[in-house]
Design a protein around this ligand. Structure first.
Ligand code: NAI
Length: 255
């Protein structure tokens, strides 16, 4: 049980829940008492996250879902509501990395793929969640994943940075659109967090993993649980006056 926040009786929806930040946040919601719907492309990874939650006595639903598909996303939200009766909080976190390549070398297919998952996927999920929250009444809280690459440029990451900047623009605007209905929409901007994505990325990064660590002023990579803590705070009643913000959690990387 997470003793900082109490999400007992609330229903959480997490995308990219088969790995990394999504898995850590789903576990944190479950430990705080929430019923959790886990969405991801990876059925095996979802099964493992569900196993970890069930070991903690949490209530969980797994949903194989491609966040770039309107039909998949709508079905995933519908199944969550069928199973748990409502939807209160969501973490739209599914995303993919970009190989290091200059803007000039970026293929349109790569651009479309990266924006499709990391920006359009966030839009489709948030839209379906907001529609559900409006229909059921009582507000809600949504956190979309951006990045340090959502607040500054990164060499070799033009498509990824465009997607992550886009997430913040979408988040701020959706927050304004739905503030009066009590639906808060925020973004979290992680620094370099030790996940499978960063292990893959470190293999292709010119400086390797050591170079990534050197980019972090605090001298280490972040831990997935450190992003989960920020997401739970943003979704909690303690953050009731916080909407339309992009919370940077990055060990000082963008300071
Ligand atoms: P990860 O690679 O460990 O997990 C990403 C998950 O998203 C995987 O389970 C994958 O199957 C899922 N996914 C990918 N495409 C999908 C799709 N079309 N539909 C449904 N699920 C899909 O990555 P990590 O590190 O946990 O990253 C999560 C999010 O955080 C990403 O959006 C990433 O861009 C962002 N982020 C990560 C940082 C890091 O240092 N790890 C830093 C800043 C942002």
């Amino acid at each position: 049980m997470n003793t900082t926040y109490d999400f007992t009786g609330r229903v959480a929806f997490v995308t990219g829940a088969a790995s990394g930040l999504g898995r850590a946040t789903a576990l944190a919601f479950a430990r705080a008492g929430a019923q959790v719907a886990l969405a991801d492309l990876s059925t095996d990874g979802l099964t493992e996250t569900a196993r970890l939650i069930s070991a903690d006595d949490g209530q969980v639903l797994t949903l194989t879902c491609d966040v770039t598909s309107e039909d998949d996303v709508r079905a995933a939200v519908d199944r969550t509501v069928e199973r748990f009766g409502r939807l209160d909080v969501a973490f739209n976190n599914a995303g993919i990395e970009q190989p290091v390549q200059s803007a000039a070398d970026t293929a349109k297919d790569d651009w479309d793929r990266i924006l499709g998952v990391s920006l359009t996927g966030v839009f489709l999920c948030a839209r379906a969640q907001i529609r559900q929250m409006l229909a059921q009444g009582g507000g809600g809280a949504i956190v979309n994943v951006s990045s340090g690459a959502g607040v500054k440029g990164f060499r070799g990451q033009a498509a990824y940075a465009a997607a992550k900047h886009g997430v913040i623009g979408f988040t701020r605007s959706a927050a304004l659109d739905h503030a009066a209905a009590g639906i808060r929409v925020n973004a979290v901007c992680p620094g370099i967090i030790d996940t499978e994505m960063i292990r893959r990325f470190g293999d292709t990064h010119p400086g390797g993993r050591a170079g990534l660590i050197a980019d972090e002023p605090v001298g280490r990579l972040g831990k997935p649980g450190e992003i989960a803590s920020a997401v739970l705070w943003l979704c909690s009643d303690d953050a009731a006056f916080t909407t339309g913000t992009a919370l940077v959690v990055d060990g000082g990387q963008t300071a």
